[in-house]
Design a protein around this ligand. Structure first.
Ligand code: MF3
Ligand code: CO
Ligand code: CO
Length: 288
């Protein structure tokens, strides 16, 4: 980055100090607006993260271990000149997150053998050219029950209902409101509140926090050039989670199953660009 770009970036950060509302308290959050050059870097790293999902999908079969999926993704990411962001992030020991069945998020790959009917979220984050790209999807091992299939479908749809709220003039609370209205109110699922989407760029997790529950018309004003994730975690039962003794694995308190899907978004002048789209990922009919 040139000196001029660096200075311009600093100024943008300073001048986009905005006031978001979290609950009753006013929160002063600086949200970065990406430059054209930074947006190109975000596109590249996000494209790679999505390509990892394309690459790994055929390997998600009965008999494979989550550790094997991790190793395959790790090698693919390194081969493409990038770094698997979770590895050593705050002490996380592996290169991707593998969250099976009742695991809500941050499952650690290991010896677990996938069996027919299991569901797994693969959460891929890449660092390429200094920028992070983050996405996740649900995969079914063979076939699962109609009850679980519906959980997955509602989760992927809820992500897109959140995405549809992204654009200039919208507020961050509009996203969570759309997701919780659909998955929580209409379908009666538990919408996890303990983990949020996040701003993303030269850091993995930045301002703003993107809650998956919220009140329409409240919170941070969304502006062109912002990049953040939306990543709802939707539970068949309770929204409440426990974190296991490994310090990472979040599971549902009632051990009923959970699903999650995630994209990284760029706010454009007219709406949004999904930076982590891939050919085979779910998208609703209005988005095609
Ligand atoms: N990819 C996760 C997210 O969506 C974060 C994983 S942090 C890790 O924000 F350390 F568990 F990898
Ligand atoms: Co994320
Ligand atoms: Co992620």
């Amino acid at each position: 980055m040139s000196l001029a770009e660096t200075i311009a970036g600093r100024l943008r950060t300073l001048t986009t100090r905005v006031f978001g509302t979290v609950g009753e308290a006013k929160q002063d959050v600086a949200v970065e607006i990406k430059s054209k050059a930074e947006i190109e870097k975000m596109r590249a790293t996000c494209r790679l993260a999505a390509q990892v999902l394309d690459f790994i999908e055929p390997h998600v079969v009965a008999g494979v271990t989550t550790g094997e999926l991790d190793r395959l993704c790790h090698d693919f990411i390194i081969k493409h000149g990038a770094y698997p962001s979770p590895l050593n992030y705050k002490g996380f020991p592996k290169s991707i997150c593998t969250s099976v069945n009742e695991v809500v998020c941050h499952g650690i790959p290991g010896e677990q053998v996938l069996k027919t009917g299991d569901i797994i979220n693969l959460d891929i984050t890449t660092t390429l050219g200094g920028y992070f790209g983050d996405c996740s999807e649900m995969f079914v091992v063979g076939e699962t029950t109609p009850e679980v299939r519906k959980l997955i479908d509602v989760t992927h749809e809820s992500l897109w209902l959140g995405i549809r709220e992204v654009g200039p003039g919208k507020r961050i609370g509009d996203i969570g409101a759309a997701i919780s209205e659909f998955a929580g109110k209409q379908h009666g699922y538990g919408v996890v509140e303990a983990f949020c989407g996040h701003g993303i760029g030269r850091e993995f997790h930045m301002a703003p926090q993107v809650s998956h529950v919220g009140k329409a018309g409240t919170g941070l004003r969304i502006k062109p050039g912002m990049t953040f994730t939306i990543e709802p975690m939707i539970n068949i039962g309770t929204k409440h989670c426990d974190v296991l003794s490994d310090g990472w694995t979040a599971v549902t308190q009632d051990r009923k199953w959970s699903a999650q899907a995630e994209h990284t978004l760029l706010v454009t002048e007219t709406g949004f660009e999904v930076l982590t789209l891939r050919d085979r990922c779910y998208r609703p009919s209005w988005a095609t």
